[in-house]
Design a protein around this ligand. Structure first.
Ligand SMILES: Cc1ncc(COP(=O)(O)O)c(C=O)c1O
Length: 388
């Protein structure tokens, strides 16, 4: 069987249209966008066009978009930048227990710098409670960072409600929209988000490029020191071909959002259909109503996640145990731990399947049948006390 890639939440294959734009940019655009001669102006136009497309898609102004090297840098820039710029107004930050490490570890770093961080609990579906957030807000809270959609279980947070709640408060609102960007419609005009980070490689764009949206009037302390690029908010020569590719990838999302969502939902139904017809025991981890269509986290009682992933890899099926950054580590997922408790079976027996381009319903159903067979074998060998 040809291998089946079901790990699009880790990263996506590049969209051929994006690649085309990047190759053309590499070949034809040689200038530094900060140079004033025609070669520089040509490069400048490429990044201005990409900025314009991105800004238009999220309802922002071009000048509110800062190019970064991806999600992690955007998260760091937003959180450290906001904390350092606003520390005279307070040292309290609120985030959640299920953030990606790009946010989580940045908050831990700030705790070491003297900031106080509250990590909100989530329920068993991975959602925070607005009442809990309200009760943790203090006069000296300067930043709230809550992810749009979770990368491991796909749960979407009540971002609109949070943004409106915080618009009455001094605290800035940052959201890590890295996973949600390609399958959730987002508009910063309707939803008063102050800072929004995304990355290109989850939406068919290149790796190592992304952007941070910074609402007009929001000040951040810059932690790169050097040239005046990106209106002095991110020093360093921009990666022009990658930015051109990012612009094209966002344009592709903008033009095909509902198709992307329905393709992922179809793949999801195919996979669940194959599992249901096999009769194996499983449960979906996540929220049944508020979820990213491309992320499906499944609990298979009686299996060991490491063994299951190895078996599936040998069968040519690429899925994961959670975040790509922690997959391979023996640490149980902090997201599943926050949802189910430290010793819960879900933390040892769950896998993440994530859909994207190339995942036809037929191929996904085929993968579902193989997953069901592997799970069945592991459960049976576990009962018999064997090791596979
Ligand atoms: C929710 C979330 N935030 C941030 C990141 C980091 O993005 P990048 O790999 O572009 O640094 C990821 C990547 O897995 C993610 O899923």
């Amino acid at each position: 069987m040809d291998p089946i890639y079901l790990d699009h939440a880790a990263t996506t294959p590049i969209d051929p249209k994006v690649l085309e734009v990047m190759i053309q940019t590499y070949q034809e655009v040689i200038g530094n966008p900060s140079s004033i001669h025609s070669f520089g102006r040509q490069a400048r136009k490429v990044i201005d066009d990409a900025r314009h497309k991105i800004a238009k898609y999220i309802g922002a102004r071009s000048r509110d978009i800062v190019f970064t090297s991806g999600g992690t840098e955007g998260d760091n820039m937003a959180i450290i930048g906001a904390a350092m710029a606003h520390r005279k107004s307070g040292k309290h930050i609120i985030t959640t227990k299920i953030e990606h490490h790009g946010v989580f570890r940045t908050c831990e770093y700030l705790e070491k710098q003297g900031f106080e961080v509250d990590y909100l609990d989530v329920d068993r579906t991975g959602r925070i409670s607005l009442d809990d957030l309200k009760s943790k807000l203090r006069d000296d809270t300067i930043l709230v960072s809550i992810m749009y959609g979770n990368n491991e279980v796909g749960t979407i947070q009540p971002i609109r409600e949070i943004a409106h709640l915080l618009s009455e408060h001094q605290a800035l609102f940052h959201t890590d929209a890295v996973q949600a960007f390609g399958t959730v419609d987002m508009d910063v005009k309707d939803t008063p988000i102050d800072l929004l980070s995304m990355t290109g490689h989850k939406i068919g764009g290149p790796k190592g490029v992304g952007f941070l949206y910074i609402r007009d009037g929001v000040t951040l302390a810059s932690f790169t020191h050097g040239g005046d690029q990106e209106r002095k908010r991110r020093a360093g020569t921009q990666n022009v071909p990658a930015i051109a590719g990012l612009g094209k990838a966002v344009e592709q999302v903008a033009g095909h959002l509902s198709e992307r969502i329905s393709d992922c939902l179809l793949a999801r139904r195919s996979l669940l259909g194959a599992l249901d017809s096999s009769g194996i025991n499983y449960r979906i981890n996540g929220n049944p109503e508020h979820f990213l269509p491309q992320v499906l986290n499944l609990y298979f009682p009686g299996t060991n996640v490491e063994t299951l992933l190895t078996r599936l890899d040998l069968e040519g099926i690429a899925v994961s145990s959670g975040s790509a950054c922690t997959a391979g580590s023996i640490e149980p997922s902090h997201v599943l731990t926050a949802m189910f408790g430290p010793d819960a079976a879900e933390t040892r027996s769950s896998i993440r399947i994530s859909f994207g381009s190339g995942n036809t319903p037929e191929r996904v159903a085929q993968a579902g049948t193989v997953i069901a067979r592997c799970v069945h074998d592991l459960v049976e060998s576990g009962k018999a006390g064997e090791t596979l």
